[in-house]
Design a protein around this ligand. Structure first.
Ligand code: ACO
Length: 700
């Protein structure tokens, strides 16, 4: 990816569409650049003016007096292409196109936007927008936007697909006293996308935490790779909107129906270490915690409170958020019992009682934070007649200085009575919330980030023996020649078998005697299944006969199936009947795949069988960069895992074999993009090995 250093630190800026009229965006941008403290050269461009805001104005970029590194364009959309071309010809490297009226307006706008992207490509320019607010960088400093105001200096980079969000969050940040390193309004992402800015922010020494608000990603693979790299370096917190099921597409497979619209994003975030939040408050609560507190070493949390109720709420949330209540050492308990009143609770949560003043908090906090079994601390204070919010805040600040490696967050519950105390804490970089839940959530977010960051790297490339691409290709070619979209069961079984995935022997027969002969060869018992790509639910139309034990039973079974189909589905093309070796029953699992437009193959694993959609015990992963560790995690996060490990005295299943099947399956769907959906359901897991029984494959 190209560097964005000159984008954020240009030596010179031209504002094309600069205006003298204070109500115009072109005027606000000039003022913003000047008032931000930007020290490079600034060239307003306007064909009608000689001077704007005390700066010499030029009629065109063609006669700018020095090379321009960044051009901010704020002319009507009809002029943007010509202006961008002029920029390209004059060696401008970076554009910010504020102008609206592109793809967001429909077909004509999209056409215009594509041309604009083409110009950027032709002249090797990097472009933010179009249809954006611009960007701000407090460390350069530069405000190349039309937002009102300039953020306080800080260490949070905020990348937003919504311009309105940039404007309103900026305004809110002043009252919250929150500082930022960068504000970036992505606009239509015709050239530079979220991935480019995430990559830059990950290496930016002034950025400690990266926040994103996105509605979609522009390029799934690029996003995955960038997010994975960035998350190793610093926390990447994303709020993605548009998660409703309304957008879920109709899918013919179980896997597709289970996947829905948001699961690919969920998998992408999980696999790349992104911390996903569900609301704006959560986004900024976490940002504040990450920006101001150290990352915890572990998951053990201590609570110090002056009242029972909030202490219990916090305790409940600790469990809910996959954290652990810290157990204090004997010494801590002894010291607490000596220093606190007899009525206090000296175990976690420590209750210093409603009449606790600052000094009592200090004593408790000091002992609790010093305990080796405590990784982070949450301090709660409820406003009361004798509480000392400001003094308590000061005591907490002093104590926390002795434990700089341990995160500390607070919840001061109340209104005016605690406002000054909360402010005092925030000024000392101790996040202070109004209620316990966000305090615990922010610790939880930090802990899950630490868990991801501390995982050893796991980029091993998977390689498997006995991969027979040729056979798969010839089966798919045959399906194409037949003008079919769905493979027959016998073809599907052969296909997965070619990639080393064990499947019950399945052979297509077109005559009753032929079927019986095959059964003799395969060995009894066998199952007969009608072979027709058009019949989805074979049992419902009498298309399945199982447990057949002899030549005669098979011969007769064939005839009966054909008769039934004649009655129930007379007009459907039938290829014959498949004879399948009847496998002993194992644990019924499903392994499936559906293709996501952005992220590619999304595989599913879980409890299989006919109730799969009802039980929904299925987890998902994207195949891009899928490691063995992630495959194991995929298995272990389902309820099926308890069965596989050996439930109620049952012998454990061959989990290694399942992992290998998932790996081979991943390779298969990666190697053959024409395979659009797969359901292996059920695949039986045994004490030794696995066997796929029903395989449905759809191609494009
Ligand atoms: N080179 C330089 N200057 C030019 C050129 C040119 N080729 N052509 C025109 N100009 C000058 C104009 O003369 C004018 O200056 P003036 O005030 O001295 O006359 C100035 O450029 C601006 O041109 P106008 O025609 O006055 O356009 P206006 O400022 O009204 O609108 C704008 C331009 C702001 C880009 C508008 O087209 C637009 O897109 N507005 C929406 C912006 C937006 O919302 N962006 C998305 C943000 S996301 C969010 O907010 C949620």
């Amino acid at each position: 990816m190209a560097s964005l250093t000159s984008f954020f630190n240009p030596k010179s800026i031209a504002i094309i569409g600069a205006s003298k009229s204070p109500e115009k965006i072109g005027n606000v941008i000039v003022k913003n650049i000047l008032s931000s403290g930007y020290t490079g050269k600034v060239f307003p461009i306007n064909p009608r003016e000689k001077e704007i805001n005390g700066l010499l104005c030029y009629p065109s970029i063609n006669i700018a007096p020095a090379p321009v590194e960044l051009a901010v364009i704020s002319v009507p959309s009809s002029m943007v292409l010509d202006v961008a071309k002029d920029c390209g010809k004059n060696g401008v490297n970076n554009l910010v196109v504020i102008t609206a009226g592109f793809k967001e307006t429909g077909k004509e706008g999209l056409r215009l936007e594509k041309k604009l992207a083409g110009i950027c490509h032709q002249y090797k320019m990097q472009m933010l927008g179009p249809n954006c607010v611009g960007f701000m960088d407090t460390h350069t400093p530069i405000n190349a936007s039309f937002a009102a105001g300039f953020p306080l200096k800080g260490e949070i980079a905020f990348i937003s697909q919504s311009g309105a969000m940039v404007i309103s969050i900026l305004d809110w940040s002043f009252s919250a006293g929150l500082g930022f390193s960068k504000f970036i309004s992505l606009g239509n992402k015709a050239n530079l996308t979220e991935a480019h800015f995430i990559e830059h922010a990950a290496d930016d020494p002034h950025t400690k935490v990266i926040l994103c608000y996105i509605e979609d990603v522009e390029n799934g693979t690029l996003f995955l790779e960038t997010a994975r790299r960035a998350s190793r370096k610093k926390p990447l917190i994303i709020l993605k909107s548009g998660t409703s099921q309304a957008g879920a597409r109709a899918a013919s497979s179980h896997t597709g129906a289970l996947a829905g619209s948001d699961l690919a994003y969920e998998a992408a975030f999980r696999q790349s270490g992104v911390i996903r939040v569900r609301s704006m408050p959560e986004l900024f609560d976490l940002a504040i915690a990450f920006a101001n507190q150290p990352i915890p070493r572990g998951e053990r949390v201590a609570i110090v409170t002056n009242s029972g109720g909030p202490g219990i709420v916090a305790t409940d949330n600790i469990e809910l958020k996959n954290l652990k209540m810290a157990h204090f050492s004997r010494d801590t308990i002894k010291q607490l019992s000596q220093r606190l009143p007899g009525e206090s609770n000296i175990y976690n949560p420590v209750d210093v009682l409603g009449d606790a003043k600052a000094e009592r908090y200090r004593l408790a906090m000091d002992k609790v934070m010093a305990d080796q079994g405590v990784d982070s601390t949450v301090v709660l204070l409820c406003a009361g007649g004798v509480t000392e919010p400001v003094e308590t805040a000061r005591a907490i600040i002093e104590v926390s200085k002795n434990y700089p490696e341990k995160p500390l967050v607070a919840a001061f519950m109340g209104g005016e009575q605690v406002a000054e105390g909360a402010k005092t804490l925030a000024a000392a970089r101790i996040p202070c919330f109004t209620f316990p839940e966000p305090a615990i959530s922010s610790i939880s977010g930090m802990v899950s980030y630490a868990r991801f960051r501390d995982l050893p790297k796991d980029d091993a490339v998977l390689s498997y023996e006995n991969i027979d691409k040729k056979t798969v290709k010839s089966i798919l070619d045959q399906v194409k020649t037949d003008n079919r979209l769905v493979l027959l069961g016998s073809e599907a079984a052969k296909l997965i078998n070619a990639y080393g995935i064990p499947a019950a022997t399945t052979i297509l027969a077109t005559q009753p005697e032929e079927a019986a002969d095959m059964a003799e060869k395969i060995g009894y018992p066998v199952v007969l299944k009608v072979a027709s790509p058009k019949i989805m639910h074979k049992t419902d139309v009498g298309g399945v006969k199982s447990g057949l034990e002899s030549f005669e039973e098979v011969r007769k079974g064939f005839i009966e199936i054909m008769e039934k189909i004649q009655i129930y589905m007379p007009r459907v093309a039938v290829y014959g009947v498949e004879v399948q070796k009847m496998m002993p029953k194992g644990i019924e699992l499903i392994i499936g795949m559906t293709r996501d437009i952005q992220f590619g193959p999304l595989i599913a694993f879980g409890l299989g069988g006919i109730y799969v959609n009802l039980i929904k015990d299925v987890s998902f992963r994207l195949t891009h960069g899928l490691s063995v560790r992630e495959m194991k995690k995929l298995i272990s996060e389902t309820k099926a895992y308890s069965l596989l490990r050996g439930y109620r005295g049952e012998p454990p299943a061959d989990i290694e074999a399942i992992v290998e099947v998932i790996g081979r399956f991943t390779k298969l769907v990666t190697d053959f993009p024409e395979i659009t959906e797969v359901d292996i359901n059920p695949i039986f897991a045994y004490n030794k090995g696995v066997s796929a029984v029903d395989v449905k494959i759809t191609v494009s």
